[in-house]
Design a protein around this ligand. Structure first.
Ligand code: SIN
Length: 474
């Protein structure tokens, strides 16, 4: 199936060069999409610009009605969206179904939150003055989204942008444009006015270059690598765009000796193996107190060995393919480097890279240390490295010894020790006995080189609003 660009309420781009989308589980062709250039990008920007005034003028209740319709359509068609997602990205069907539900939750939550965009009145310092604060939409938004969550990373941006009154131009990644196209088809069916939602598939550098140059695009929201995020921040300086950046992570997990082991191992597996470990917030390093080190690693290996690797479309698959060969090579390099430097591989450690697909076995490494690559770089794969610690302070120090600050996890039943860890960790999201902390109503985002701004929650709505202060003499 050929899929096109969506600009000014029309599917267009039949004449353009086409790009193939392949299934990472077997290399089969899933579909082809059009490759937009500068001209198409400019047309999308213009139509979003035209749409801005009328869309912003609608009441929050009217905008919510469109979003509610989109939510209903996503839920009605969740099987179809999930299957498409698994075919182009590889994650197991059960995870794809979970992602569609998660993606839809952003639409529902922000439809409601848009009705609560309050300004305020400030008590004035003179009798004849009135001081008001207004909240208004930032304007045209460009959203550049990643392949690891083909639906949810779009709706986490689209929901608040549209609820706030901003038109949005979506640029999905080359690996997973088909899920994005499906979502935009649903936007069309929900009846959003033309120009309110646009979709540009194709070369990131061409499209992003044009979006970043434009002084009509007032906000850029990006989820992806820190390297690309830094480049976009630099480019945004020219027109001083509002930016939201959700960048790389290297999530630590600290396990204290009073942790409930059952709950801990379950939480670590849920976090680490979600999406085959290809998640910005998945646990990348585990620090375990020496008193429970052996018992913990034994239990972790026992539970991890039950996970089944395979094609995400097959019943019972827990871990799908790695998105591409580069991703696979990086995982292999991290594991090989750790073993060469003295880590013990308790489970897995190998992959399959024959034919057109790469898979990696769920892997547990013990006795790792910070001289190894895996403890310093994001692996983006199904590998758990475990290091022994002797105190809470050592755990905090090691966990914080990273330029990243997206998510961290702690496992302890002690309120006071847990509070001490939470307060000492330089991370934007912390899961306490919880491997899956993300939710539409909660702020998500990182400190340090993991990003700028928050998505989700009231903070995620604020990201699409400008503050205007009015001082009135009466
Ligand atoms: C991400 O990996 O960037 C998103 C994960 C989530 O929303 O839970």
């Amino acid at each position: 199936m050929d899929k096109l660009l969506y600009i000014n309420g029309e599917w267009t781009g039949n004449n353009l060069e086409k790009i193939k989308v392949l299934n990472p589980a077997d290399g089969d062709l899933v579909g082809t999409v059009a490759s937009a250039g500068k001209e198409e990008t400019r047309a999308a920007i213009e139509s979003a610009h035209e749409a801005f005034g009328p869309w912003a003028k609608l009441t929050a209740y009217d905008r919510a009605a469109y979003l509610d319709k989109l939510y209903d359509l996503m839920i009605e068609q969740k099987e179809e969206i999930a299957e498409l997602m698994t075919r182009e990205m590889g994650k197991p069907m059960k995870e794809s179904l979970g992602e569609v539900q998660y993606a839809a939750s952003f639409i529902k939550w922000f439809a409601e939150e848009g009705k609560r965009v309050y300004g305020r009145t400030i008590p004035a310092s003179a009798e004849n003055k009135r001081m008001q604060v207004l909240k208004q939409p930032v304007g045209v938004v460009a959203a550049i989204t990643p392949w690891n969550f083909p639906a949810a990373m779009i709706t986490r941006k689209l929901g608040p942008a549209l609820a706030a009154g901003c038109p949005i131009i979506i640029k999905p990644p080359k690996e997973t444009p088909l899920t994005a196209i499906k979502l935009v088809e649903l936007c069309e069916e929900a009846g959003f006015p033309k120009g309110v939602v646009s979709l540009l598939t194709g070369s990131s550098s061409l499209i992003a270059g044009e979006l970043m140059e434009s002084d009509i695009v007032k906000k850029i929201t990006f989820t992806g690598s820190t390297e690309v995020g830094k480049m976009l921040i630099e480019q945004s300086a020219k027109t001083v765009k509002n930016v939201s950046m959700e960048l790389g992570g290297h999530a630590p997990s600290i396990v204290l000796e009073d942790a409930d082991l059952e709950k801990t191992v379950k939480g670590i597996i849920a976090s680490k193996f979600r999406n085959a470990g290809q998640t910005c917030i998945c646990i990348n390093r585990v620090y375990v107190h020496e008193k429970i080190y052996d018992e913990f690693t034994k239990k972790l290996v026992e539970e991890t060995s039950r996970l089944k690797v395979g094609n995400g479309l097959e019943e019972g698959t827990d871990i799908g393919p790695i998105i591409n060969r580069d991703g696979y090579e990086k995982i292999k390099k991290h594991v090989d480097n750790a073993v060469e430097k003295g880590a013990e591989c308790l489970l897995g450690g190998k992959g399959q890279d024959e034919g057109n697909a790469c898979f990696f076995e769920p892997t547990v490494l013990k006795d790792v240390n910070h001289d190894m690559l895996i403890m310093n770089e994001e692996t983006f794969g199904p590998v758990i490295p475990v290091q022994k610690i002797t105190s809470d302070e050592e755990g905090i120090k090691l966990a914080n010894s990273s330029p990243f600050g997206l998510a961290a996890y702690i496992y302890t039943e002690s309120m006071s020790r847990g509070t001490h860890l939470v307060e000492g960790l330089n991370y934007g999201v912390i899961g306490w006995n919880d491997g899956v902390p993300s939710a539409a109503q909660a702020p998500f985002g990182g400190l340090k080189e993991s990003g700028i701004g928050r998505e989700g929650g009231t903070e995620g709505m604020e990201a699409y609003l400008e503050t205007k202060y009015v001082s009135i003499v009466i």
